[in-house]
Design a protein around this ligand. Structure first.
Ligand code: R1P
Length: 300
């Protein structure tokens, strides 16, 4: 990869590649499944069509992009690792490579704050951010600050959320009734440890954090680290009108459940999500739609 940066606002290599994912226009599809680990990405990729040959790029910053077709419709699987900064690189850099609408489904694991059994699938209708207040004096105590901050909620795209829910419900065996939950609230944290209430050798002043979160956020069900920032960027992006070459594709399906292999109690063998069509009107502003499904791997 040539690495002379030409534009400080949006650095790209001389051959047009975004700087951290390493991809360029034409190498990522408008419909994207994003996951946190490369093995999950590769499991889903096994379900893509044999032809055309898959595009696969593992960037030197640790992002994996696999692009191919599923039932002849272009789909990308992007492994972004963990946390808000990686989610930010992902949404912005993929967006930079696309024309037209961008549809993102994040498939991941989560901790659970209710009595849902391990292996349940939670589809958060909205997400809040819970972040460490670095102005709080963690070394001693600070009567003037709170140690953790809670954001307002941001919603999943309602159409994509419903499509994901319907697909999971249609595929779920009857014996697994109530294991798909779609009216839940998620909290995305900026640490797996302090802002998720774990007790470690650090003085995190978080012993009552989980109780506080449950009291403050009605319907709070899951904790993980990326969904809020994906929903937030999707909801706040305002694309500019595009004159030509926007990608026009009809309703399509993507495979989702192999993403959960390696997580306890994979409950469904195969789910296809019928995605909304991409906007055919190239004179309108494109949008980013995002939704998420999270498999409970532990309850607290
Ligand atoms: C932490 O172990 C990771 O697991 C959860 C959190 O969001 C964080 O990324 O999700 P994934 O298993 O989908 O990565």
């Amino acid at each position: 990869m040539k690495d002379r940066i030409q534009d400080a606002n949006f650095p790209k290599t001389e051959d047009g590649r975004v700087y951290h994912l390493g991809i360029r226009a034409g190498e990522v599809a408008n419909r994207i499944i994003t996951v946190g680990s490369t093995s999950r990405a590769e499991s889903i990729a096994k379900m893509l069509d044999a032809s055309p040959k898959l595009f696969s790029l593992y960037s030197e910053r640790g992002f994996l992009t696999i692009t191919g077709c599923y039932k002849s419709v272009p789909v990308s699987i992007v492994c972004i690792g963990m946390g808000a900064p990686n989610a930010d690189f992902f949404i912005r850099e993929v967006r930079e490579c696309l024309c037209g609408d961008m549809l993102v489904i994040r498939l991941g694991s989560c901790g659970c704050l209710t009595d849902l059994p391990v292996g349940s699938l939670v589809l958060p209708a909205s997400s809040v951010a819970c972040t460490r207040n670095v102005d709080f004096d963690f070394a001693s105590y600070d009567p003037w600050e709170v140690p953790y901050k809670l954001s307002k909620p941001v919603s999943a795209d309602p159409d994509l959320h419903r499509a994901l829910h319907d697909a999971l419900e249609a595929t779920r065996p009857p014996s697994l009734k109530n294991l798909v939950v779609s009216n839940a609230v998620n909290a995305s944290t900026d640490s797996f440890y302090s802002s998720q209430g774990r007790q470690t050798s650090f003085q995190d002043h978080n012993a009552s954090l989980i109780d506080h979160l449950k009291a403050a956020v009605s319907g709070l069900t899951t904790l993980e680290m990326e969904t809020f920032w994906i929903f937030h960027l999707a909801a706040s992006w305002r694309g500019v009108k595009q004159s030509s070459s926007a990608v026009n594709l009809p309703l399509a399906t993507v495979p989702v459940v192999p993403a959960f292999s390696g997580i306890p109690s994979g409950i469904l063998e195969k789910v296809e999500v019928h995605l909304p069509g991409l906007d055919k009107d190239t004179s309108s502003r494109p949008v980013i739609r995002a939704a998420a499904a999270q498999m409970v791997f532990a309850s607290r």
